[in-house]
Design a protein around this ligand. Structure first.
Ligand code: PHE
Length: 389
């Protein structure tokens, strides 16, 4: 329910008696002294990255349900307020401002896309309200300040994972790679740099570097240049809608090479958009639904029961981020920003669906990555790559 709905129901209920209305809604009240503990979530619930926001929100809501069933935080239920930022930086900034100044949330979850987390993080930092991004992997996000945390690995690691896989996997074994990235996305720009550094460091060469901008429809010029540079693999660190379209056009142009990417590919929509064109493609991710670990399978079962679909990596990360935040809130003596942030920073060996999570001195998590292969529209597990010691 968004606050608009909450306020509507409040007005409606006012006729039934003020006490009744307050008990049922808590509309307009700040966390202090109110019945519920308010937590914010800003997310792309619509737009070309809509599955990112929706999956994350589902994961968060499952965690809230469990937390509240177990008694909530200091005896109060948690209430999550989600605002749709439509995948746009300006909307992300105003969503975070609204959550903090109007709703008075004690902490913020989000965003998925690094570029949007970079829009929201400075507002959280300045207001002293802790923010936990489940899934933004660009290193700059947590460098914003001491109130900004993440529960996922960062792109210097993810770029290395992709490069190592490109060099060593038997189906790829690439000596030469071409790169096609989104020049307007901090995630894509950062990840292609890390891939290039690692790939050349492992003895490979880059044959072409081409760019696009999210939402482009025609990639033929870039793909033609890439084709004539004769690579063994094409690295495309973008988000699923663009990647699906790129794959379709690449295959049409006769590029049958393996395509390789990062976590931004993770959506059931990738297979729907790309169809057969996305076969012979691989991407690095935070989680595989085929992981036999009972913790993973138990989560999948609960999620399927509630939402009727198999959770993707974002659902798993949203669930983990929310649980780590609630765990920190439970340990905190008060729900002030400094207290919650101190407990978030103290998170050690939290047994998450996406792995064992410890927050390091830079407020990042160090975790293994998985490599997945796209087969007939579905992702299938290939291998796990541990962080270098
Ligand atoms: N890591 C991506 C980013 O920083 C977001 C993402 C994470 C997308 C996981 C899909 C899955 O922009």
């Amino acid at each position: 329910m968004n606050p608009q709905d909450r306020c509507t129901s409040h007005r409606w209920l006012a006729g039934c008696g003020l006490l009744f209305a307050l008990v049922l809604t808590g509309c307009g009240s700040k966390s202090d002294g109110s019945k519920n503990v308010l937590v914010g979530h800003y997310a792309s619930m619509t737009g070309s990255e809509a599955t990112f926001g929706r999956s994350t929100d589902n994961g968060i809501r499952l965690a809230v349900e469990e937390e509240n069933a177990a008694g909530g935080i200091h005896g109060k239920p948690i209430e999550v307020i989600t605002y749709d930022d439509k995948g746009e930086a300006r909307e992300a900034g105003s969503a975070v401002t609204r959550l903090i100044s109007r709703d008075g949330v004690v902490a913020v979850l989000g965003e998925v896309a690094s570029g949007l987390s970079l829009a929201g993080a400075p507002i959280c930092q300045e207001s002293g309200v802790p923010m936990v991004t489940p899934s933004s992997t660009n290193p700059k996000v947590t460098k914003t300040g001491d109130k900004i945390f993440r529960v996922c690995f960062i792109d210097p690691f993810q770029g290395w994972v992709g490069a190592k896989f490109a060099r060593e996997n038997e189906k790829v074994q690439a000596q030469k790679a071409a790169i096609l990235h989104d020049q307007a996305s901090p995630y894509s720009v950062g990840l292609q740099e890390e891939f290039e550094k690692a790939f050349t460091g492992l003895g490979g060469t880059i044959t072409a570097k081409e760019t696009y901008t999210a939402g482009d429809q025609d990639f033929s010029a870039q793909l033609t240049t890439i084709r004539s540079s004769e690579p063994d693999v094409v690295y495309i660190p973008g988000y699923y809608t663009d990647v699906g379209n790129i794959a379709l056009q690449a295959r049409k142009l006769g590029i049958q090479l393996p395509l390789l990417g990062g976590d931004g590919w993770d959506s059931a929509k990738l297979g729907q958009i790309g169809g057969k064109a996305i076969n012979n493609s691989f991407y690095s991710n935070h989680y595989s639904h085929q992981d036999p670990n009972p913790r993973v399978q138990d989560f999948i079962k609960k999620y399927r029961e509630k939402f009727g679909e198999t959770p993707d990596g974002l659902a798993a990360l949203g669930y983990d981020a929310a649980r780590i935040l609630f765990d920190a809130m439970r340990r905190a003596k008060s729900l002030g920003g400094d207290e919650i942030a101190a407990e978030l920073a103290a998170t050690k060996d939290f047994d998450g669906v996406t792995g064992l999570i410890s927050i390091d001195a830079d407020r990042n998590a160090v975790k293994p990555a998985v490599m997945l292969e796209m087969k007939d529209g579905e992702s299938s597990y290939v291998s796990t790559i541990e962080p270098p010691q």
